[in-house]
Design a binder for this molecule. Structure first.
Ligand SMILES: Cc1cc2nc3c(=O)[nH]c(=O)nc-3n(C[C@H](O)[C@H](O)[C@H](O)COP(=O)(O)OP(=O)(O)OC[C@H]3O[C@@H](n4cnc5c(N)ncnc54)[C@H](O)[C@@H]3O)c2cc1C
Length: 457
């Protein structure tokens, strides 16, 4: 993983725009680079492109889309930007936030209308911190479905995707102009390079260095998230930003290898520790939730919800997967709920407090207002906290062009998605749901177009 002198390269072939990583960012970059006339080669380490994107729910936030208008949802890019800034405490690149939000609707419609990605807005999934329902997803609510559509689109558009191809090194001049990349199959030259290798959540050493608070948590993201982009960037003299920013998840099943979609909480579910007590407002900061869950006795908690929530979640393929593993327990009464989970009778008092908050429509002692009480039959699943992905990375301009430490831009090096600094600010409190795929799709699209225009005008 290093930067080699351009003179050491033995190029066996050449692409105009070479993209490293075939996730949402890399494929959106490939599509827009093709539209702008570039020959495009996408290099992907896996046999089948999946990435973190395929593990996700595939929800892309976008404001003022035709999908929202069709469902009577009034929204604006300014409102989306203000929600992102509010969550990050304003500690992020405001110009970048404005630019991504302004282009979010056009990007979702571009994917849907030009490339046939089956997207629609989910009016029921208003993630915490979002003022409007604006998550756009595929019918099954899976990132795998999104990835399959993106791969087909990129191939149909003429981008060449080379799988089983790990990029190990970059070739660059002293001034940082990139000439190509090294892979086990040979050196590949390029006019411009887009780094779309996601973040470093799968690299323990980098986690210990940049985000020690989450380094010992289990990683549930894509194994390709090894921080290759930041390692190359650091060696080239690029600026790194918000390296302690990340998203965790507090709903990973303990007895199976699948997360419960956070929609179970958003639709009224709660989490209790093994004393049967809730310990914070579950809707407040779900990106930080893993830390709160791991801090409970035994490092696990129970997610508790009821039949109407279970019925709504059945529309999510990832939830059906959880149910199929058999870890979701059912109970016809509060007594049975205590019995199947092994939780003490204090759980009944917890459910009574929720009912009281719902009846009064006043915040409970933890600050959460419940739309309705939870009622039998109940569902319960034992969960713990995991790390999903990191949000810090290469600092880029609005076109995804990577910045040097002195603030100037590298001539032909771009980054997008998890490889670039996100819009969540530092730490884990600033991640607003959807920030991951917003920077992957919208910034990826900008980066591919800019890389192609830089070469071909
Ligand atoms: C369980 C889960 C649920 C999520 N749900 C959502 C959601 O609903 N909405 C949302 O906005 N975000 C969500 N996220 C975050 C989101 O998935 C990521 O932010 C986004 O997918 C990042 O896209 P990417 O293209 O940058 O990275 P990836 O999709 O990870 O793609 C990077 C690719 O680069 C490849 N690669 C890496 N290094 C090399 C190399 N050296 N050579 C060649 N190839 C390489 C990898 O194999 C990988 O395929 C979720 C994350 C997880 C883990």
């Amino acid at each position: 993983m290093s930067i080699l002198p351009a003179s050491a390269a033995r190029f066996t072939r050449k692409g105009g725009v070479v993209v490293v990583g075939a996730g949402a960012a890399g494929l959106c970059a490939a599509l827009s680079a093709r539209e702008n006339g570039a020959d495009v080669i996408v290099l992907e380490r896996d046999p089948v492109p999946r990435g973190t994107t395929a593990m996700s729910i595939g929800f892309i936030p976008a404001a003022q889309t035709r999908f929202q208008r069709a469902k009577g949802i009034a929204d604006s890019p300014e409102d989306l930007a203000s929600d992102i800034l509010a969550k990050s405490g304003g500690e992020t690149d405001r110009a970048m936030v404005a630019r991504l939000c302004a282009a979010s609707a056009a990007t979702v419609e571009w994917l849907a209308d030009r490339y046939g990605v089956p997207l629609d807005v989910s009016e029921k999934d208003q993630y915490p911190g979002h003022g409007k329902p604006r998550m756009h997803g595929t019918p099954q609510r899976t990132g795998a479905e999104l990835m399959s559509a993106l791969v087909t689109a990129a191939q149909n558009a003429g981008a060449e995707i080379l799988t089983n191809t790990v990029v190990t090194d970059l070739f660059a001049d002293d001034d940082g102009r990139v000439h190509g990349v090294r892979t086990a199959g040979g050196d590949i030259g390029c006019d411009a390079l887009v780094l779309a290798t996601c973040g470093f959540a799968g690299n323990h050493d980098l986690l210990v260095r940049y985000i020690p608070e989450i380094a010992s948590a289990r990683f549930y993201g894509h194994a390709g998230s090894q921080g290759d982009a930041v390692r190359w960037g650091a060696e080239l003299g690029a600026t790194l930003g918000d390296m302690d920013s990340y998203q965790s998840h507090g709903g990973m099943t303990v007895d199976a290898d699948v997360p419960v979609p956070w929609a179970h909480i958003l639709r009224g579910g709660v989490q209790v520790n093994n004393a049967g007590k809730r310990f914070s407002d579950e809707t407040r900061n779900y990106a930080q939730r893993a830390l709160e869950v791991l801090a409970q006795p035994g490092g696990y908690v129970w997610s508790v919800y009821d039949a109407p929530i279970d019925a709504e979640l059945q529309t999510f393929a990832p939830y059906r997967e959880v149910v199929q593993t058999g870890v979701v327990l059912s109970a016809e009464s509060t007594d049975e709920l205590c019995r199947v989970t092994g939780l003490p009778p204090a759980l009944k008092e917890t459910l009574r407090e929720i009912a009281a908050s719902a009846a009064s429509q006043m915040p409970d002692s933890l600050g959460r207002v419940f739309a309705r009480a939870l009622a039998p039959p109940f569902k319960a699943v034992k969960v713990t906290g995991v790390l999903y992905h990191t949000q810090g990375g290469l600092v880029v301009d609005g076109d995804g062009r990577v910045r040097r430490k002195d603030g100037t831009l590298f001539p032909n090096l771009y980054a997008a998605g998890g490889a670039a600094r996100g819009v969540s600010g530092p730490g884990c409190e600033g991640y607003l749901g959807g920030n991951g795929l917003l920077t992957a799709t919208v910034l990826g699209r900008f980066a591919g177009a800019a890389a192609a225009r830089r070469i071909y005008g």
